[in-house]
Write a protein that binds this ligand. Sequence first.
Ligand code: GDP
Ligand code: IMO
Ligand code: MG
Length: 428
Amino acid sequence: MSVDLLLGLQWGDEGKGKIVDVLTRDYDIIARFQGGPNAGHTLEFDGIKHVLHTIPSGIFHPKAVNVVGNGVVIDPVIFRKELDKLQGFPIDIQKSLLISRKAHLILPTHRLLDAASEASKGKAKIGSTLKGIGPAYMDKTGRNGLRVGDLELPDWKDRYRALADKHEAMIHFYDVDIQYDLRELEAEFLAAVEDLQKLTFIDSEEYLYQALKSGKKILAEGAQGSMLDIDFGTYPFVTSSNTTAAGACTGLGIAPGAISEVFGIFKAYTTRVGSGPFPTELFDENGETMGRVGREFGATTGRPRRCGWLDLVALKYAVRINGVTRLMMMKADVLSGFETLKVCTAYNYKGKQIQHLPYTIEAEHLTPVYAEMPGWKKDLTRLSKASELPENLNRYIAFLEKELQTPITLVSVGPDRTQTIRRDQSGS
Ligand code: GDP
Ligand code: IMO
Ligand code: MG
């Protein structure tokens, strides 16, 4: 029985989409376990760039089955747009894409509630992607939600109506100025639901159990990152699901004992999109260079990502909470050309130096303590073997491996599938 997990360890956008696509050939099933269209997972191959939001990143591999798990929230309108973009690729959607009946639906009014909630918060806003994620998960845990399986019941439209009416009353409660035409949004939603109903719905926990029993290999794909986890992230500036390893168990119905490897993905530096604390954030030329060279703009919202040095205190915390067995370092190429690299190894917090993540990490409470390392000049983007990596990059990697007590088995040197260096395979 074998399920491997792939998770982002920072504030999202680590490069999960790219790596899931790279790893898919080793798996039979790719299963997304949480999040929704707030995610933007980018993959590039053959000169084409794709951004997926809800559909798992194994979709371009003809042999892989892609499962949207019960822990995911689906917006039929965005889902339809994603499917449209797959047209022209040789993908048998009925067979390659299976959707859990227990996944919850995002209604147009969830999106409006998200907007109203954010507007009411003013400067304290979360910086949500405004995709209705928070309100949809609130209805899930509040036991009011509409699920994919409900779409097979004759009275689903009545349930929809009751929920949407309740939401409308709630929007007025916020007393903010939100412009919308609900009738237009509903027409779009109902048309998209009709398309969703043509897809294959499954009892995904049963499907995955049988698949495991028959020896199939499953890769569980996470969305967002550990620092956005509803419990362990920088609350309240987080998303509304468990992005950490435990979320794969509840989001797919997989038992903890079935999990083998936990792949933890991180960027060689740090980014964050949206509001919230970010101890190593840079407001200088270095941060600007990372953003420019790394093309750090949100794949879902297009917002510029905030950039900073690698934060080992936060990364250690994420490695521990997830039980990461192998690390994958992304965007190493973006650091080429920096004279000196800094890595945060501790925080100065209330007059003391600490190496754990305290309850609050706002800038007014702490300052990062940095270790410095010499950078490298070499362009990494054309390298394909670990033996070609510059010496100072190898030192950077060795330092991180020692601090994190976990091997870095893959180094990514560009957005394309091929720009991937395995450090765990012979011949490299
Ligand atoms: P995800 O949400 O974790 O899947 O990551 P995103 O797709 O939101 O953001 C990662 C961005 O970095 C995308 O634009 C990728 O194409 C790009 N990317 C991934 N790996 C690398 C890499 O090693 N180097 C560079 N330069 N870009 C990368
Ligand atoms: P992927 O899977 C980066 C951030 C938002 C906001 C906060 C809450 O591509 O890594 P939400 O819409 O969930 O209510 O927003 O979380 N956020 C992400 N940041 N990558 C993501 O997904 C994100 N999904 C949500 O910017 O700060
Ligand atoms: Mg992303």
